[in-house]
Structures are given as structure tokens and as C-alpha cells.
Design a protein around this ligand. Structure first.
Ligand SMILES: Cc1cc2nc3c(=O)[nH]c(=O)nc-3n(C[C@H](O)[C@H](O)[C@H](O)COP(=O)(O)O)c2cc1C
Length: 149
């Protein structure tokens, strides 16, 4: 059994990554991404930027044969990809992500990324701003954020 790092070469060459990227239509079923590696991948992906640092993405990893069988009919044109991949990551956004705003900013202060007074000032502006957004505006900003992830 190959791991993602076994059979396939990793590269950090930007031109190679951009020019040799392809939309994959069928995966090598021998390749298995371990849960540990998947956690690393998601932790790294979660370093993506998001508006106001709201990090609204939530992930559902489907990596069992039963899960993929269940998913396939919902994947329309992508049934082969769903069935042959090691895992499918369904990316959702949390429509109630503003509930976590104090925790997110508080963590930045705790880790020394942000002074307390900046958090206090930011929260004063951000909370009413998010509260004033229409459902459509909120959806747009959340789709952009999760799309960047
Ligand atoms: C918004 C968007 C949606 C796409 N949806 C699918 C899809 O559902 N299934 C698929 O196999 N490829 C999908 N593609 C990939 C395109 O078919 C592919 O990018 C295009 O044919 C060029 O091929 P390449 O990515 O290999 O260069 C999508 C691409 C974009 C930008």
C-alpha cells in the first residue's frame, strides 16, 4: 500500500505545481491517506486566510467504502472520483460562525498574536458589522472564505 508520500514525488516548485496541475477524473485506489496525514492536511489548509479571521470552514472527511458508496449518487458528474479517491473532504461553512468570534480573537490574544486592546476595538466594530449583514451577504463572504481554504 502506498502512502501519499510513497509512490508520488512531492515538489515545492511553484511553476511545476501550476503548469502540471490537472483536474483528476480517476484516482489510484492503491493510494491511502492515513487519518494522521489527513489531520495534518486539514490543519495546514486551515491556515488559509478568511475575512476578519472568522475561519468559517468545517470539514467532513468521507474515507470509508460505505461512506463513499453513500456519497456517490450525490456526486453527480464526480461519482468515479468519489469512489476511487482515498477520501473526499466535504467543505461546509458554519452559518452561525459569529458565535465563535470571542473564542477566535481570544485565542489570538492568548497566543500573543494580537494585543488585548486591538481585540476589544476589533470586536466593537466586527460584531455589529456581521450582525448587519443580510443572509445573502453572509453566504457570499462564507463561500469566499471556504473557497480559499
Ligand atoms: C467551477 C469549476 C467546477 C468544476 N467542476 C468539475 C466537476 O464537477 N467535475 C470535474 O471532473 N471537473 C470539474 N472542473 C474541472 C474542469 O473541468 C477543468 O478545470 C477543465 O476542464 C480544465 O482541465 P484542467 O483542470 O485539467 O486543466 C471544474 C472546474 C471549475 C473551475
Amino acid at each position: 500500500m502506498n502512502t501519499i508520500t510513497g509512490k508520488y514525488r512531492k515538489t515545492n516548485d511553484f511553476n511545476e505545481i501550476v503548469l502540471e496541475r490537472r483536474s483528476v477524473k480517476v484516482y489510484d485506489t492503491e493510494v491511502k491517506i492515513s487519518r494522521e496525514e489527513m489531520s495534518e492536511i486539514l490543519a495546514e489548509a486551515s491556515r488559509a486566510p478568511s475575512a476578519i479571521n472568522m475561519q468559517p470552514w468545517r470539514f467532513l472527511v468521507i474515507d470509508t467504502p460505505e461512506g463513499k458508496e453513500k456519497l456517490a449518487p450525490l456526486a453527480s458528474f464526480n461519482q468515479t472520483q468519489a469512489l476511487t479517491s482515498s477520501a473526499v473532504i466535504a467543505v461546509f461553512y458554519d452559518a452561525n460562525n459569529t458565535e465563535f468570534i470571542d473564542d477566535i480573537f481570544g485565542k489570538s490574544v492568548e497566543l500573543g498574536y494580537m494585543p488585548q486592546e486591538v481585540m476589544d476595538m476589533q470586536l466593537q466594530q466586527v460584531k455589529p458589522y456581521y450582525a448587519s449583514m443580510s443572509a445573502a451577504e453572509l453566504r457570499d463572504v462564507n463561500l469566499i472564505d471556504t473557497g480559499l481554504d
